[in-house]
Design a protein around this ligand. Sequence first.
Ligand code: MN3
Length: 205
Amino acid sequence: MFKQYPLPYDYDALEPSIDALTVETHYCKHHAAYTANLNMLAEKAGVEEMEITDLLANLDKIDDPVLRTGIRNNGGGFYNHNLYFSELSPRGGGEPQGKLGEKIRETFGSFEAFKDKISDLAVSQFGSGWAWLSTDKQGNLYISQSPNQDNPISLKTGHTPIFTIDVWEHAYYLKYKNLRAEYVKNFFNIVNWKAVEENYNKAVE
Ligand code: MN3
């Protein structure tokens, strides 16, 4: 049984960066629907006991093409939103510290340069999708974008996602309308870098 990450903050806690109705609709309708669909499809395919990361990395082992596509989309939607909602906080913002902060400066030159690069990927993703910060087991960092509910795991990059930006219109349209870049800019005010640092430390051997 795949379970939605329980929100540790209220729907209005991310105001004004993300409005309450968007957070509530996003979590209670969109994320809940991906999760319910994944549970239904995973049971049909007999893969309901798998870890979601193993499942997304092994989609090609699901023979039925309808189940495979359904699990790719809904399993991605489940996993991606668990990461998304767990990396946000009303007391977010600032910069990552520790090993992750150091590695970002080493890889991209500065935190600002990293922010510009991943923001460009988020804004330029054509249509619905995501921007990603991922790591390999050695701690090297990679930024990327993906369409739909694909992610670095289902795309078989071999990297572990540690931070993401949802740029589906449902993530920002009620407040920002067509101004995706404005949403992405304000998104950084509510990032809980402590949580992202923990994701990094767990993913690196
Ligand atoms: Mn979404």
